[in-house]
Write a protein that binds this ligand. Structure first.
Ligand SMILES: NC(=O)c1ccc[n+]([C@@H]2O[C@H](COP(=O)([O-])OP(=O)(O)OC[C@H]3O[C@@H](n4cnc5c(N)ncnc54)[C@H](O)[C@@H]3O)[C@@H](O)[C@H]2O)c1
Length: 340
């Protein structure tokens, strides 16, 4: 079987994790990279052994017989780039947050559907090993029917030096991190019927909100989605995600240092689930590398088997609705009801 030929658009900060993973995945060849900043494209091409280097995405698509394209730019360029890739009939992955509006996100999903190409949002958090482990315990019925979840991403990690756009964006933590937290809530608890959210801006020198909490109602339970970029705490767990799920037969809790504790029918077990080891590093830690490799392997499996990615564009619309619904809730100090 021939290797899948990949093209990557955007060779900035987070793309370094994607590129290392593409280089490592056996049946993918990194055929081309593209960044409108020539030095970034050249550097990535040399470091990750790309076949060709471009500064223009349209030119790359016109010249290269790619099987798929991975878009790793910031949200304002996601829609035009995804539509461009779809017009060329190539399968496409896009980084989160998918788009600055529901209208843009729906248009991207429609464009890919009309072009008959597979479309996945690169939602990596649910691909951390400890998260998969916890989900398996829930799916095995060990804690019974879940009726409560709390997903918390509260950190004082200084996100602004690596991602300066976060300091000036009108929307911050609900948009940038909320997509991950809400995706995890949906992963464990299923769809959301309604929500109520509150936000605050604590850091004096940023534009958007850096602290947010949402209370979400499901058919059979409640979730609390917590996120901020401003907590000063003794044990900063960045980039691990504390999760607590309670069911009618027990509960589970993901704690720091990759500890997972489970209560099942009054029996307690402890699991240590550290991330897998990879030959390259990331300043963000092993859980990031592992989750990026896993989501990209999932994509390859989907293309090989002709199956829908877990976080397809269509699926991700439901996550994005919770983000924009939260902003509506905050603006009106009211409950937001999701679309049926
Ligand atoms: N999943 C995670 O944990 C995680 C972490 C950080 C960032 N991200 C996401 O990754 C995405 C990229 O963020 P980043 O911090 O790497 O941004 P960045 O600004 O460092 O890199 C983006 C790159 O895209 C290039 N670019 C923009 N438009 C282009 C175009 N039309 N053609 C070619 N190149 C273009 C820019 O020149 C830049 O080099 C964002 O959507 C961000 O939210 C995800």
């Amino acid at each position: 079987m021939q290797n899948l030929k990949a093209g990557v658009i955007g060779c900035g900060y987070f793309a370094q994790n994607h590129l290392a993973a593409w280089q490592a995945i056996e049946d993918v060849t990194l055929a081309a990279v593209c960044d409108q900043q020539a030095d970034r494209a050249e550097e990535a091409g040399a470091k990750f052994g790309a076949g060709k280097v471009y500064t223009d995405a349209a030119e790359m698509l016109a010249n290269e017989p790619l099987d798929f394209v991975d878009v790793v730019t910031t949200p304002p360029s996601h829609r035009p780039l995804v539509e461009l890739v779809a017009q060329h009939g190539r399968h496409v992955i896009c980084q989160k947050p998918l788009a600055p509006s529901m209208e843009d996100a729906k248009a991207m999903v429609d464009a890919c559907k009309s072009a008959g190409v597979t479309f996945m949002v690169h939602e990596n958090f649910r691909w951390q090993g400890i998260i998969r482990h916890a989900k398996q315990i829930v799916d095995d019925g060990k804690i019974g029917e879940p009726f409560f979840a709390q997903v918390s991403f509260r950190t004082g990690y200084d996100v602004y030096p690596n991602q300066p756009y976060l300091a000036t964006d009108e929307r911050l933590v609900l948009y940038d991190m909320g997509v991950h937290v809400f995706d995890l809530v949906r992963f464990f608890m299923g769809e959301v019927n309604s929500l109520y959210a509150q936000t605050h801006r604590i850091h004096p020198d940023i534009r958007g909100e850096d602290a947010a909490t949402a209370l979400l109602r499901h058919d059979h339970g409640t979730s609390v989605a917590n996120m901020n970029y401003v907590s000063a705490v003794e044990h900063d767990e960045f980039i691990q995600i504390p999760v607590r799920i309670e069911g009618n037969r027990g509960s589970l809790e993901i704690r720091r240092d990759y500890q997972l504790s489970v209560v099942s029918d009054k029996q307690m077990t402890h699991h240590h689930v550290p991330p897998g080891q990879y030959p390259w590093g990331s300043p963000l830690g092993g859980a990031v590398i592992e989750s990026v490799v896993n989501v990209q392997r999932h994509w390859v499996d989907c293309l090989r088997n002709g199956t829908e990615p877990d976080t397809s564009g269509a699926d991700n619309l439901k996550t994005l609705e919770l983000v924009f619904g939260s902003y509506k809730s905050v603006a009106g100090d009211t409950i937001y009801h999701t679309e049926a």
